[in-house]
Each structure stands twice: as structure tokens, then as C-alpha cells.
Ligand binder design. Structure first.
Ligand SMILES: [Zn+2]
Length: 129
């Protein structure tokens, strides 16, 4: 599904299947370098995302984020490998609640994917007070 949005006055589009294929290709490359990393979570629908306390604009909703568990001593090397592939890793190994300790890897830095894409997917946009 291709999603359209406007950025400023400019129209744009976001082709989700293409984005997902490219993201999955990068995850397989990451896993081939970081052999002890295990993917535990990737695609979540918006309802499931709320249950686990995910950000309303989580890239998990798009299938463009993956959570990995791996030995603690390999976290920094894993994050560097992810960055080398153009991915955006977030160290959540200090988390003790919700989804538990893991490294979150997403396709884009936070805020890059237009909110209109999420709206079209059916994410309810609630502005924080
Ligand atoms: Zn995650």
C-alpha cells in the first residue's frame, strides 16, 4: 500500500511494501554479522502497541522496527553494525518493564515518517497535553 502525504506544500508518498522489503533485507544482513542477536518482535498492530506501552508513532506499527535480545557484552558492537547499515538503533537493555531488555532497531530516526502515514493506517492521533 502506498501512502500519500504532504510535507509543507510538497506532496510525497511512502510505499510501505518497498520500505518493509528494504528493512527486512537490512535485518537479515545485521543478523548475519551479529549471530547471537535474536529477533523477538517486529510487526505490531496499533492495539497491541498500546498494550505494550509503545509510542503511538512506533515504527513497529509499520513493521519497520525490530527488537533484539543479545548478550550484554555485544550490545555496542550490535548497535554499530545497525548504524553501519543505515538503521537507527536504540539501547533499551536497561528497561525492566514492558517489553523487557532489548535493543530496538528502526528504519528511520524518530519523527521522520510523516504522521499522515500513521493516520492513514488508522492510528488514532492524540496530541499530548
Ligand atoms: Zn522496539
Amino acid at each position: 500500500m502506498r501512502y500519500s502525504f504532504t510535507s509543507g506544500d510538497s506532496p510525497g508518498s511512502f510505499d510501505l511494501p518497498t520500505e518493509q522489503r528494504e528493512f527486512n533485507r537490512k535485518l537479515r544482513l545485521l543478523e548475519s554479522v551479529q549471530r547471537n542477536a535474536r529477533l523477538t518482535n517486529q510487526l505490531r498492530d496499533a492495539a497491541r502497541n498500546r498494550v505494550v506501552g509503545g509510542n503511538a508513532f512506533s515504527q513497529h506499527i509499520l513493521g519497520l522496527a525490530g527488537d533484539y535480545v543479545l548478550p550484554r557484552g555485544e550490545v555496542q558492537a550490535f548497535m554499530q553494525s545497525a548504524r553501519d547499515l543505515g538503521l537507527s538503533p536504540v539501547d533499551e537493555t536497561v528497561k525492566t518493564k514492558g517489553t523487557g531488555p532489548h535493543v530496538h532497531v528502526q528504519a528511520y530516526p524518530a519523527g521522520v515518517i510523516p504522521r499522515q502515514v500513521y493516520q492513514q493506517i488508522g492510528v488514532q492521533i492524540r496530541e499530548e497535553p
